[in-house]
Write a protein of this length. Structure first.
Length: 56
């Protein structure tokens, strides 16, 4: 996690992205388990089609 302007950003390692469909947009959801003291990352497909998908 790093600071950019007034907000913070993070970088997702590329190996985590291989199962995703290229050209499709996703929301990245971070959740924290306080008991296990672990972070989890979930990718949710954006329901709104991209411009490229509309043209197919």
């Amino acid at each position: 996690m790093y600071k950019r302007g007034s907000s913070f950003e993070t970088t997702i390692p590329k190996p985590m992205l291989f199962a995703l469909q290229e050209g499709r947009k996703y929301h990245v959801v971070f959740s924290y388990d306080t008991i296990a003291n672990k972070w989890y990352v979930k990718f949710e497909a954006n329901q709104k089609p991209s411009v490229e998908e509309k043209l197919r």
